[in-house]
Design a protein around this ligand. Structure first.
Ligand SMILES: *Cc1c(COP(=O)(O)O)cnc(C)c1O
Length: 425
Protein backbone atom coordinates (compact mmCIF):
# COMPACT_ATOMS: atom_id res chain seq x y z
CA UNK A 1 0.00 0.00 0.00
CA UNK A 2 1.26 3.45 -0.88
CA UNK A 3 2.03 5.85 1.91
CA UNK A 4 -0.73 8.43 2.47
CA UNK A 5 -0.44 12.06 3.59
CA UNK A 6 -1.87 10.94 6.94
CA UNK A 7 1.00 8.46 7.37
CA UNK A 8 3.43 11.26 6.63
CA UNK A 9 1.85 13.56 9.18
CA UNK A 10 2.02 10.79 11.76
CA UNK A 11 5.69 10.24 10.99
CA UNK A 12 6.39 13.95 11.41
CA UNK A 13 4.56 13.92 14.75
CA UNK A 14 6.77 11.07 16.00
CA UNK A 15 10.02 12.41 14.57
CA UNK A 16 12.52 13.15 17.38
CA UNK A 17 14.38 15.54 15.05
CA UNK A 18 11.28 17.60 14.26
CA UNK A 19 12.08 20.43 16.75
CA UNK A 20 15.32 21.15 14.87
CA UNK A 21 13.31 22.61 12.00
CA UNK A 22 12.69 25.63 14.23
CA UNK A 23 16.41 26.46 14.10
CA UNK A 24 15.92 27.61 10.50
CA UNK A 25 14.18 30.44 8.72
CA UNK A 26 12.36 28.63 5.96
CA UNK A 27 10.64 31.12 3.64
CA UNK A 28 6.84 30.70 3.79
CA UNK A 29 5.49 28.74 0.83
CA UNK A 30 8.88 27.20 0.09
CA UNK A 31 9.59 23.50 0.10
CA UNK A 32 13.35 23.58 -0.02
CA UNK A 33 15.02 20.51 -1.50
CA UNK A 34 18.31 22.19 -2.39
CA UNK A 35 20.18 22.11 0.91
CA UNK A 36 22.79 20.06 -0.92
CA UNK A 37 23.65 23.20 -2.89
CA UNK A 38 23.00 26.02 -0.39
CA UNK A 39 21.72 25.18 3.08
CA UNK A 40 18.83 27.13 4.62
CA UNK A 41 19.75 30.10 6.82
CA UNK A 42 19.88 29.37 10.56
CA UNK A 43 17.67 31.72 12.59
CA UNK A 44 20.68 32.55 14.73
CA UNK A 45 22.74 33.84 11.79
CA UNK A 46 21.40 37.40 11.29
CA UNK A 47 21.90 38.44 14.93
CA UNK A 48 25.29 36.77 15.15
CA UNK A 49 26.50 38.41 11.94
CA UNK A 50 25.08 41.76 13.07
CA UNK A 51 26.96 41.39 16.36
CA UNK A 52 30.23 40.65 14.59
CA UNK A 53 29.71 43.69 12.40
CA UNK A 54 28.46 46.25 14.93
CA UNK A 55 30.14 45.21 18.17
CA UNK A 56 33.20 43.19 17.23
CA UNK A 57 34.17 45.16 14.15
CA UNK A 58 32.35 48.46 14.82
CA UNK A 59 33.25 48.94 18.48
CA UNK A 60 36.11 46.61 19.36
CA UNK A 61 37.93 46.98 16.04
CA UNK A 62 41.50 45.63 16.04
CA UNK A 63 41.20 44.36 19.61
CA UNK A 64 38.77 41.73 18.35
CA UNK A 65 41.61 39.56 17.09
CA UNK A 66 42.32 38.77 20.75
CA UNK A 67 39.28 39.96 22.68
CA UNK A 68 36.67 38.29 20.48
CA UNK A 69 38.74 35.29 19.48
CA UNK A 70 39.00 36.16 15.81
CA UNK A 71 42.47 34.74 15.39
CA UNK A 72 41.37 31.29 16.56
CA UNK A 73 38.09 31.10 14.63
CA UNK A 74 39.32 28.72 11.88
CA UNK A 75 40.40 26.18 14.50
CA UNK A 76 37.37 26.71 16.73
CA UNK A 77 34.90 26.12 13.89
CA UNK A 78 37.17 23.36 12.56
CA UNK A 79 36.92 21.54 15.89
CA UNK A 80 33.13 21.63 15.65
CA UNK A 81 33.20 20.24 12.11
CA UNK A 82 35.66 17.57 13.29
CA UNK A 83 32.89 16.08 15.47
CA UNK A 84 30.84 15.42 12.33
CA UNK A 85 33.53 13.70 10.28
CA UNK A 86 35.32 11.42 12.74
CA UNK A 87 38.32 13.70 13.15
CA UNK A 88 40.20 14.44 16.36
CA UNK A 89 40.15 17.93 17.92
CA UNK A 90 42.88 20.13 16.50
CA UNK A 91 42.99 18.35 13.14
CA UNK A 92 40.53 20.46 11.09
CA UNK A 93 40.52 24.13 10.11
CA UNK A 94 37.63 26.04 8.54
CA UNK A 95 39.30 28.13 5.89
CA UNK A 96 39.36 29.20 2.24
CA UNK A 97 37.22 27.44 -0.38
CA UNK A 98 36.93 23.75 -1.19
CA UNK A 99 38.79 24.34 -4.46
CA UNK A 100 41.70 26.10 -2.73
CA UNK A 101 41.89 23.53 0.07
CA UNK A 102 41.95 20.75 -2.50
CA UNK A 103 44.91 22.41 -4.19
CA UNK A 104 46.73 22.53 -0.85
CA UNK A 105 46.16 18.92 0.17
CA UNK A 106 46.63 17.41 -3.28
CA UNK A 107 49.93 19.23 -3.59
CA UNK A 108 51.06 18.02 -0.15
CA UNK A 109 49.89 14.51 -1.02
CA UNK A 110 51.95 14.51 -4.22
CA UNK A 111 55.03 15.48 -2.19
CA UNK A 112 54.37 12.79 0.39
CA UNK A 113 53.52 10.06 -2.12
CA UNK A 114 56.68 10.60 -4.12
CA UNK A 115 59.05 11.24 -1.19
CA UNK A 116 60.13 7.59 -1.02
CA UNK A 117 58.61 6.41 -4.29
CA UNK A 118 59.46 8.92 -7.04
CA UNK A 119 58.11 6.65 -9.77
CA UNK A 120 54.54 7.31 -8.74
CA UNK A 121 53.31 9.74 -11.36
CA UNK A 122 49.54 9.33 -11.54
CA UNK A 123 46.52 10.80 -9.83
CA UNK A 124 43.32 8.81 -10.22
CA UNK A 125 39.83 10.29 -9.93
CA UNK A 126 36.31 9.71 -11.18
CA UNK A 127 35.23 11.16 -14.51
CA UNK A 128 31.94 12.31 -12.95
CA UNK A 129 33.63 13.97 -9.98
CA UNK A 130 32.63 17.59 -9.39
CA UNK A 131 34.39 19.59 -12.14
CA UNK A 132 36.30 22.01 -9.89
CA UNK A 133 38.03 19.02 -8.27
CA UNK A 134 39.07 17.76 -11.67
CA UNK A 135 40.19 21.19 -12.86
CA UNK A 136 42.35 21.74 -9.78
CA UNK A 137 43.86 18.26 -10.18
CA UNK A 138 44.41 18.78 -13.90
CA UNK A 139 46.22 22.07 -13.36
CA UNK A 140 48.35 20.71 -10.54
CA UNK A 141 49.24 17.54 -12.45
CA UNK A 142 50.24 19.63 -15.45
CA UNK A 143 52.44 21.87 -13.34
CA UNK A 144 54.04 19.04 -11.40
CA UNK A 145 54.48 16.54 -14.24
CA UNK A 146 51.83 14.05 -13.10
CA UNK A 147 49.16 12.38 -15.18
CA UNK A 148 45.50 12.71 -14.19
CA UNK A 149 43.64 9.47 -14.94
CA UNK A 150 39.83 9.64 -14.96
CA UNK A 151 37.78 6.47 -14.64
CA UNK A 152 34.23 5.31 -13.97
CA UNK A 153 33.43 4.10 -10.43
CA UNK A 154 33.57 0.43 -11.37
CA UNK A 155 37.04 0.93 -12.88
CA UNK A 156 38.69 2.41 -9.77
CA UNK A 157 40.09 -0.85 -8.41
CA UNK A 158 41.77 -1.73 -11.73
CA UNK A 159 43.17 1.80 -12.03
CA UNK A 160 45.15 1.45 -8.78
CA UNK A 161 48.37 0.45 -10.47
CA UNK A 162 51.80 0.74 -8.75
CA UNK A 163 52.45 4.14 -10.36
CA UNK A 164 49.47 5.82 -8.65
CA UNK A 165 50.41 8.50 -6.13
CA UNK A 166 46.97 9.64 -4.99
CA UNK A 167 43.38 8.44 -5.33
CA UNK A 168 41.16 11.52 -5.12
CA UNK A 169 37.41 10.94 -4.83
CA UNK A 170 34.28 12.71 -3.73
CA UNK A 171 32.54 10.55 -1.13
CA UNK A 172 28.99 11.30 -2.31
CA UNK A 173 28.64 12.04 -6.01
CA UNK A 174 27.08 15.45 -6.62
CA UNK A 175 25.12 14.29 -9.68
CA UNK A 176 23.76 10.93 -8.63
CA UNK A 177 23.99 10.88 -4.84
CA UNK A 178 25.94 7.61 -5.07
CA UNK A 179 28.21 7.08 -2.04
CA UNK A 180 31.52 5.24 -1.88
CA UNK A 181 32.43 2.85 0.92
CA UNK A 182 35.04 5.08 2.51
CA UNK A 183 36.82 2.36 4.51
CA UNK A 184 36.98 -0.17 1.68
CA UNK A 185 38.13 2.31 -0.96
CA UNK A 186 40.73 3.82 1.37
CA UNK A 187 42.05 0.33 2.17
CA UNK A 188 42.26 -0.48 -1.55
CA UNK A 189 44.22 2.71 -2.23
CA UNK A 190 46.61 1.93 0.63
CA UNK A 191 47.04 -1.66 -0.53
CA UNK A 192 48.22 -0.23 -3.86
CA UNK A 193 50.62 2.10 -2.04
CA UNK A 194 48.60 5.24 -2.92
CA UNK A 195 47.35 7.99 -0.63
CA UNK A 196 43.61 8.60 -0.23
CA UNK A 197 42.09 12.07 -0.53
CA UNK A 198 38.34 12.50 0.10
CA UNK A 199 36.10 15.42 -0.80
CA UNK A 200 33.26 15.54 1.73
CA UNK A 201 31.27 18.36 0.07
CA UNK A 202 28.06 16.27 0.00
CA UNK A 203 28.88 14.25 3.13
CA UNK A 204 29.70 16.60 6.02
CA UNK A 205 26.48 17.07 7.98
CA UNK A 206 24.63 14.74 5.60
CA UNK A 207 25.93 11.23 6.28
CA UNK A 208 28.07 9.73 9.06
CA UNK A 209 31.76 10.03 8.21
CA UNK A 210 34.66 8.47 10.10
CA UNK A 211 37.92 9.71 8.61
CA UNK A 212 39.94 8.34 11.52
CA UNK A 213 38.27 4.94 11.42
CA UNK A 214 38.76 4.72 7.66
CA UNK A 215 42.41 5.74 8.11
CA UNK A 216 42.12 8.28 5.28
CA UNK A 217 45.02 10.60 4.49
CA UNK A 218 43.48 13.93 3.45
CA UNK A 219 40.00 15.44 3.29
CA UNK A 220 38.33 18.68 2.27
CA UNK A 221 34.69 19.73 2.39
CA UNK A 222 32.21 22.49 1.89
CA UNK A 223 30.66 24.90 4.41
CA UNK A 224 27.60 26.15 2.53
CA UNK A 225 25.86 22.87 1.68
CA UNK A 226 24.71 20.56 4.53
CA UNK A 227 26.63 22.66 7.08
CA UNK A 228 24.30 25.62 6.38
CA UNK A 229 27.14 28.16 6.58
CA UNK A 230 25.80 30.64 4.02
CA UNK A 231 26.76 31.59 0.47
CA UNK A 232 30.49 31.20 -0.11
CA UNK A 233 31.04 30.03 3.48
CA UNK A 234 34.61 28.95 4.32
CA UNK A 235 35.31 25.31 3.53
CA UNK A 236 37.35 22.93 5.71
CA UNK A 237 40.46 20.82 5.48
CA UNK A 238 41.66 17.79 7.45
CA UNK A 239 45.01 16.06 7.28
CA UNK A 240 45.70 12.81 9.04
CA UNK A 241 47.90 13.81 12.02
CA UNK A 242 50.54 11.31 10.92
CA UNK A 243 51.14 13.39 7.78
CA UNK A 244 50.36 16.91 8.96
CA UNK A 245 53.90 17.90 9.88
CA UNK A 246 55.69 16.19 7.03
CA UNK A 247 55.32 18.74 4.25
CA UNK A 248 54.53 22.35 3.61
CA UNK A 249 51.42 23.04 1.67
CA UNK A 250 52.20 25.33 -1.28
CA UNK A 251 50.18 28.38 -0.15
CA UNK A 252 52.53 29.09 2.74
CA UNK A 253 50.97 32.34 3.96
CA UNK A 254 51.53 33.93 7.33
CA UNK A 255 48.45 32.40 8.98
CA UNK A 256 50.17 29.04 8.56
CA UNK A 257 53.39 30.27 10.16
CA UNK A 258 54.47 28.96 13.57
CA UNK A 259 54.86 32.51 14.96
CA UNK A 260 53.16 34.93 12.56
CA UNK A 261 53.55 37.90 14.87
CA UNK A 262 57.33 37.55 14.98
CA UNK A 263 57.25 38.79 11.39
CA UNK A 264 60.34 36.82 10.44
CA UNK A 265 61.38 36.91 6.77
CA UNK A 266 61.58 33.13 6.50
CA UNK A 267 58.70 30.65 6.68
CA UNK A 268 58.49 28.26 9.62
CA UNK A 269 55.33 26.19 9.31
CA UNK A 270 53.08 25.85 12.36
CA UNK A 271 52.67 22.35 13.75
CA UNK A 272 49.69 20.29 12.64
CA UNK A 273 46.71 21.48 10.64
CA UNK A 274 47.35 25.18 11.34
CA UNK A 275 49.93 25.20 8.55
CA UNK A 276 47.06 24.59 6.11
CA UNK A 277 45.87 28.14 6.69
CA UNK A 278 47.10 30.76 4.25
CA UNK A 279 46.17 34.40 4.89
CA UNK A 280 43.73 36.48 6.95
CA UNK A 281 40.37 34.79 7.25
CA UNK A 282 36.84 36.22 6.77
CA UNK A 283 35.43 36.70 10.28
CA UNK A 284 31.88 37.60 9.27
CA UNK A 285 31.64 34.48 7.13
CA UNK A 286 33.24 32.29 9.79
CA UNK A 287 30.67 33.54 12.31
CA UNK A 288 27.83 32.61 9.94
CA UNK A 289 29.42 29.23 9.30
CA UNK A 290 29.62 28.56 13.03
CA UNK A 291 25.86 29.20 13.28
CA UNK A 292 25.34 26.66 10.51
CA UNK A 293 27.58 24.01 12.03
CA UNK A 294 25.82 24.53 15.37
CA UNK A 295 22.50 23.57 13.76
CA UNK A 296 23.95 20.18 12.83
CA UNK A 297 25.56 19.74 16.25
CA UNK A 298 22.18 20.52 17.83
CA UNK A 299 21.13 17.07 16.60
CA UNK A 300 23.57 15.54 19.09
CA UNK A 301 20.88 15.81 21.78
CA UNK A 302 18.40 13.98 19.52
CA UNK A 303 20.52 11.01 18.44
CA UNK A 304 23.16 12.87 16.44
CA UNK A 305 24.44 11.92 13.01
CA UNK A 306 23.01 8.38 13.34
CA UNK A 307 19.50 9.79 13.85
CA UNK A 308 19.98 12.27 11.00
CA UNK A 309 21.08 9.41 8.76
CA UNK A 310 18.09 7.23 9.70
CA UNK A 311 15.71 10.06 8.90
CA UNK A 312 17.53 11.00 5.69
CA UNK A 313 17.21 7.42 4.40
CA UNK A 314 13.55 7.30 5.40
CA UNK A 315 12.92 10.56 3.52
CA UNK A 316 14.73 9.46 0.37
CA UNK A 317 13.07 6.01 0.50
CA UNK A 318 9.68 7.72 0.77
CA UNK A 319 10.43 10.07 -2.12
CA UNK A 320 11.46 7.17 -4.35
CA UNK A 321 8.41 5.13 -3.33
CA UNK A 322 5.98 7.98 -4.01
CA UNK A 323 7.55 8.95 -7.35
CA UNK A 324 7.23 5.34 -8.48
CA UNK A 325 3.66 5.05 -7.25
CA UNK A 326 2.30 8.44 -8.25
CA UNK A 327 4.28 9.59 -11.29
CA UNK A 328 4.38 6.57 -13.61
CA UNK A 329 4.31 6.85 -17.39
CA UNK A 330 6.35 10.05 -17.70
CA UNK A 331 9.72 8.51 -18.46
CA UNK A 332 11.30 9.28 -15.10
CA UNK A 333 14.29 7.17 -14.13
CA UNK A 334 16.31 6.91 -10.93
CA UNK A 335 20.03 7.75 -10.92
CA UNK A 336 20.44 7.29 -7.16
CA UNK A 337 21.30 3.84 -5.76
CA UNK A 338 18.49 1.99 -3.94
CA UNK A 339 21.02 0.33 -1.64
CA UNK A 340 21.22 2.41 1.54
CA UNK A 341 24.95 1.78 1.90
CA UNK A 342 25.50 3.47 -1.46
CA UNK A 343 23.16 6.44 -1.07
CA UNK A 344 23.88 9.96 0.16
CA UNK A 345 21.12 12.38 1.22
CA UNK A 346 19.72 13.25 -2.19
CA UNK A 347 17.61 11.65 -4.88
CA UNK A 348 18.28 12.24 -8.56
CA UNK A 349 15.68 11.51 -11.18
CA UNK A 350 16.52 11.27 -14.86
CA UNK A 351 14.42 12.30 -17.80
CA UNK A 352 15.37 12.31 -21.46
CA UNK A 353 13.45 15.45 -22.26
CA UNK A 354 12.30 18.43 -20.21
CA UNK A 355 14.27 17.89 -16.99
CA UNK A 356 15.31 21.53 -16.81
CA UNK A 357 11.79 22.81 -17.49
CA UNK A 358 10.24 20.48 -14.92
CA UNK A 359 12.62 21.80 -12.27
CA UNK A 360 11.72 25.37 -13.26
CA UNK A 361 7.99 24.60 -13.08
CA UNK A 362 8.50 23.08 -9.61
CA UNK A 363 10.45 26.14 -8.45
CA UNK A 364 7.56 28.35 -9.64
CA UNK A 365 5.36 26.29 -7.29
CA UNK A 366 7.81 26.81 -4.41
CA UNK A 367 9.38 23.35 -4.64
CA UNK A 368 13.07 24.13 -4.96
CA UNK A 369 15.32 21.44 -6.40
CA UNK A 370 17.87 21.84 -9.15
CA UNK A 371 18.92 20.58 -12.55
CA UNK A 372 22.23 19.09 -13.65
CA UNK A 373 22.89 18.57 -17.34
CA UNK A 374 23.86 15.15 -18.64
CA UNK A 375 26.75 14.46 -20.95
CA UNK A 376 24.66 12.99 -23.77
CA UNK A 377 26.27 9.59 -23.19
CA UNK A 378 26.60 7.79 -19.89
CA UNK A 379 24.81 10.46 -17.88
CA UNK A 380 21.30 11.72 -18.55
CA UNK A 381 19.89 15.10 -17.51
CA UNK A 382 19.09 15.07 -13.82
CA UNK A 383 16.40 16.52 -11.56
CA UNK A 384 18.15 16.72 -8.21
CA UNK A 385 16.40 16.80 -4.83
CA UNK A 386 18.35 17.14 -1.60
CA UNK A 387 16.78 16.01 1.69
CA UNK A 388 18.25 17.75 4.71
CA UNK A 389 16.77 15.86 7.66
CA UNK A 390 17.28 18.86 9.95
CA UNK A 391 14.45 20.77 8.31
CA UNK A 392 12.65 18.51 5.81
CA UNK A 393 9.73 16.43 7.00
CA UNK A 394 7.75 13.48 5.69
CA UNK A 395 4.72 15.55 4.70
CA UNK A 396 7.10 17.81 2.76
CA UNK A 397 8.13 14.78 0.73
CA UNK A 398 4.52 13.89 0.03
CA UNK A 399 3.78 17.46 -1.05
CA UNK A 400 6.87 17.65 -3.27
CA UNK A 401 5.87 14.50 -5.13
CA UNK A 402 2.29 15.76 -5.46
CA UNK A 403 3.60 18.96 -7.11
CA UNK A 404 5.81 16.87 -9.39
CA UNK A 405 2.82 14.72 -10.33
CA UNK A 406 0.74 17.81 -11.15
CA UNK A 407 3.55 19.41 -13.18
CA UNK A 408 3.92 16.22 -15.24
CA UNK A 409 0.23 15.46 -15.68
CA UNK A 410 -0.75 19.01 -16.64
CA UNK A 411 2.21 19.41 -18.98
CA UNK A 412 2.75 22.87 -17.47
CA UNK A 413 6.52 22.37 -17.70
CA UNK A 414 6.21 22.80 -21.47
CA UNK A 415 5.39 26.50 -21.10
CA UNK A 416 8.03 28.73 -22.72
CA UNK A 417 8.89 30.56 -19.48
CA UNK A 418 10.14 27.31 -17.95
CA UNK A 419 12.37 26.56 -20.91
CA UNK A 420 14.75 29.55 -20.75
CA UNK A 421 18.11 28.58 -19.27
CA UNK A 422 19.43 30.81 -16.46
CA UNK A 423 23.16 31.25 -15.80
CA UNK A 424 23.00 29.25 -12.55
CA UNK A 425 21.04 26.03 -12.79
C1 LIG B 1 30.19 22.06 -4.03
C2 LIG B 1 31.45 21.36 -4.35
C3 LIG B 1 32.64 22.08 -4.48
C4 LIG B 1 32.63 23.57 -4.38
O1 LIG B 1 33.89 24.14 -4.46
P1 LIG B 1 34.05 25.70 -4.21
O2 LIG B 1 35.50 25.91 -4.15
O3 LIG B 1 33.31 26.02 -2.95
O4 LIG B 1 33.40 26.42 -5.34
C5 LIG B 1 33.80 21.37 -4.72
N1 LIG B 1 33.79 20.03 -4.83
C6 LIG B 1 32.66 19.31 -4.71
C7 LIG B 1 32.69 17.82 -4.83
C8 LIG B 1 31.45 19.96 -4.48
O5 LIG B 1 30.32 19.26 -4.38
Amino acid sequence: MTTTPQHCQAQDAQDPLRPLRDLFLIPPGTLYLDGNSLGVMPRSAPARVADVVTREWGADLIQSWNKNGWFHMPGKVGDKIARLIGAAPGTVVATDSTSVNLFKVLSAALNLATADKPRRKRVVSERSNFPTDLYIAEALCKERGFELVLVEPEEIAAALTPDVAVLMLTHVNYRTGAMHDMSAVTAAAHAAGALMLWDLAHSAGAVPVDLTGANADYAVGCGYKYLNGGPGAPAFVWVNPRHADRFWQPLAGWWGHATPFDFTPDYQPAAGITRYQCGTQPMISLAALECGVDTVLAAEEHGGMAALRRKSLALTDLFIELVNARCPGHGLGLATPLDHAQRGSQVCLTKDEGAYAIVQALIARGVVGDFRAGDGQRHKDILRFGFTPLYIGFEDVWNAVEHLRQVLESGEWQRPEFNNRHAVT
